[in-house]
Design a protein around this ligand. Structure first.
Ligand SMILES: [Zn+2]
Length: 334
């Protein structure tokens, strides 16, 4: 499906077969000089076909087209390697680009997952089934690293890079200050909540995410174009809702820990999720994986806020406990 959302800005909705996200939004900005594609989709035949057809229909000249990945996830950058022609710019936030280029993320992630309570067998299956592995780019590539304040001009639009870590380390939103448009990637979504997960035990991505939400809330934005689902008319209202969502999640975790200490998988198994399954054990493994990463993000945040302490159990799995003097609830995410 192709929609011209603003003059010379097209939204191409690309279905993601079998994925709970359903689809991803790929944006195309056209100009007589260079064009810019913001995000693509997974490197899988169904996605490739949809984008090829859309490019044909729009008569896109790939030799004059650059690519921007809002972040490293394969549902956003998986097909950039396929479409980018020699000489094209391929942009990604520096911290994400470095991780893609040296592949360092996977090992850290497996380490943290083992300490969260996943068995070795589950770890291997999870890695084999991870969409980042299955639908990643067809070949390694060199990215053009972008940082805060970098600008890209396409026709009448000048986009400024805003570092918005949280969903990933190097997530970038693109802001058109004159026209008050924000390409929000997976930082701000309207109908679903961006997944905030930690797979490196020295990170606190939820705190980074809260800071990045406040950064966006300070801007004048008339229209937000997200990485998934529909456009967001009132960005500031959505930011407030997302902060409230995570405050409730933190308090849910506090409530769970009141019954005794837990490792991350046990915490996730007691949280509420929008997945139709009879029990935690009936969750598909990948959903258990993402849910545990999310539980861990909230545990780490609460640890840094002084609510929770971490202690290693005998088998190397980390247990989280509510601190004795912290029976209260979290009232603010700042
Ligand atoms: Zn993402």
């Amino acid at each position: 499906m192709i929609e011209e959302v603003l003059p010379n800005i097209y939204r191409i909705e690309v279905p993601l077969p079998g994925n709970p996200l359903k689809s991803v939004n790929s944006y195309l900005l056209v100009s007589p000089e260079r064009n810019l594609v913001i995000d693509t989709a997974f490197n899988q035949p169904e996605c490739l076909e949809v984008l090829k057809q859309a490019y044909d229909e729009l008569k896109l000249d790939l030799d004059r087209t650059d690519f921007f990945a809002t972040h490293l996830h394969a549902d956003h950058q998986g097909l950039i390697a396929t479409f980018a022609q020699p000489g094209a710019k391929t942009y990604m936030g520096k911290p994400d680009a470095l991780r893609v280029e040296d592949q360092s993320g996977w090992k850290k992630m497996l380490n943290a997952a083992a300490m969260s309570g996943f068995s070795q067998e589950m770890l291997q299956t999870a890695i084999d089934n991870h969409p980042g592995h299955k639908h990643g780019p067809e070949h390694d590539m060199k990215w053009d690293h972008v940082v805060e304040g970098d600008t890209i001009t396409v026709g009448d639009y000048t986009l400024t890079c805003l570092e918005t870590p949280g969903h990933t380390w190097g997530h970038i939103c693109l802001y058109e200050a004159g026209k008050k448009i924000l390409f929000s990637g997976d930082h701000i979504l309207g109908d679903i909540t961006p997944n905030i997960q930690v797979w490196s035990l020295d990170d606190d991505p939820l705190q980074s995410y809260m800071t990045s939400l406040d950064k966006i809330a300070s801007l004048e934005i008339a229209l937000t174009l997200p990485g998934h689902r529909t456009m967001i008319p009132d960005c500031r209202k959505r930011v407030a809702e997302l902060k409230e969502h995570h405050r409730n999640r933190c308090n849910e975790v506090i409530d769970i820990l009141k019954n005794g200490s837990c490792h991350a998988v046990q915490t996730a198994s007691q949280m509420t999720w929008d997945i139709r399954a009879a029990s935690w054990d009936a969750f598909p493994l990948m959903q258990q994986w993402f849910a545990t990463g999310e539980a861990l993000a909230h545990l780490r945040f609460l640890e840094n806020k002084g609510f929770v302490s971490q202690q290693p159990a005998a088998d190397g799995v980390l247990l989280y406990a509510l601190k004795a003097d912290q029976e209260g609830m979290l009232t603010s995410m700042n």
